[in-house]
Design a protein around this ligand. Structure first.
Ligand SMILES: [Fe+2]
Length: 277
């Protein structure tokens, strides 16, 4: 089985409507010629159209911002399952992940990565269609497929409880496929924890293999990748340039499972207040 079939190099779109179609079809689209973060938000707003409820820049991915948040996260203790939060490092390749994974149902259902200043060396991006990966794995491993879709697991981050366990792959009440991966996933605590561990591990290893062996693409200045954050995993390689700046924009639409009332903090997460309907 070649898990790289789940990797996606985003196709180019030149208008919000083209991007809308590509995101629906492929899970992602690439656009160019976006000069500012405000323009990036405006493009994302137009792409999501009537569905958009909330869209805002979430953070600047820079060496400086990572170093600022690092001591806050380093001070957070190991949790009762032996896990320790880490924000990741600019000089290491990221694990493939859905953004906002620690917020569970409040994670953004769409996201945009707008590149202000690329890195001269490294920093290439990758995308994995997690729905496709789960489906590829299912062809050879029906037991794993059943686990991915049917068995609730612990999606929480260390010291940041998330409510009831949920399967790795599920359909939202709004009909969206959501397939998740991040470094802290574990079986739910209970009598079947040991039996479930190999399935969670196999999922993590398949994601890691797709990440490590699949194609990359570079975000150049003014380019933005539009992403279905429920279905797709993303990440970037290590980079060296301290001037590299990519802005992550998070968006929630009418088909998001839950929508926070305000800005979320990744460095010091708290359970969000839901947006009043
Ligand atoms: Fe991310």
């Amino acid at each position: 089985m070649d898990v790289r079939a789940a990797n996606v190099v985003p196709k180019r779109a030149s208008t919000p409507a083209q991007a809308r179609g590509l995101v629906a079809l492929d899970g992602a689209a690439l656009v160019s010629g976006i000069a500012t973060a405000d323009d990036a938000v405006a493009f994302g707003t137009a792409m999501l159209g009537d569905r958009v409820v909330r869209i805002a820049p979430q953070f600047e991915a820079t060496k400086a911002s990572m170093e600022e948040a690092e001591p806050l996260v380093a001070a957070q203790p190991v949790d009762e399952r032996g896990r320790k939060r880490m924000l990741g490092r600019y000089d290491l390749t990221q694990p493939a992940h859905n953004d906002g994974f620690g917020f569970g149902d409040f994670a953004p259902d769409h996201m945009f990565l707008w590149c202000d200043t690329p890195c001269t060396v490294g920093g290439s991006s990758f995308l994995i269609d997690a729905l496709k990966l789960a489906t590829i794995l299912a062809a050879e491993d029906p037991q794993l497929a059943d686990f991915l879709w049917d068995e609730p697991i612990d999606h929480s981050e260390p010291n940041f409880p998330q409510g009831d366990p949920e399967p790795i792959a599920r359909f939202s009440p709004g009909g969206r496929a959501q397939v998740r991966s991040h470094p802290y996933q574990l079986p739910r605590v209970g009598p079947r924890e040991t039996d479930h561990y190999p399935f969670v591990e196999r999922w993590g290893m398949a994601v890691a293999e797709a990440r490590s062996t699949g194609p990359r693409f570079r975000l150049e200045a003014g380019q933005m990748v539009c992403i279905d954050n429920y279905r797709m995993l993303h990440g970037r390689e290590a980079y060296v340039d301290i001037d590299r700046k990519v802005v992550s924009i998070w968006a929630w639409t009418t088909s998001a499972i839950n929508i926070p009332a305000g800005q979320l903090s990744i460095a010091e997460p708290v359970v969000p207040e839901p947006l009043a309907s």
